[in-house]
Design a protein around this ligand. Structure first.
Ligand SMILES: [Zn+2]
Length: 87
């Protein structure tokens, strides 16, 4: 019972977070992931804590960087290390 309520709270908290994010983006603001300060969307660094901000390319910041790395090259890449430049 209690667990159920707790997960509900979690759920609602998530919703609040989502909505506040939306709210912020509507105001051209965002929240610093480090100190949770309300900062401008187009700043590179948080004015409060100086944390580097990922500048959102799009409206939603939801997309997680999903790099599809399929570099399954069957080529036998011999170790070609450029160690020619000896200083
Ligand atoms: Zn910050």
């Amino acid at each position: 019972m209690l667990e159920e309520k707790c997960s509900k709270i979690d759920d609602i908290n998530n919703q609040i977070e989502e909505l506040s994010k939306e709210c912020l983006s509507l105001k051209d603001k965002r929240q610093c992931p480090n100190c949770h300060a309300e900062i401008d969307v187009n700043v590179d660094f948080c004015p409060k804590c100086g944390a580097k901000q990922e500048t959102p390319k799009d409206y939603t910041v939801e997309d997680v960087e999903s790099e599809t790395e399929e570099t399954e090259t069957t080529e036998k890449s011999e170790e070609t290390e450029n160690s020619d430049e000896d200083k």
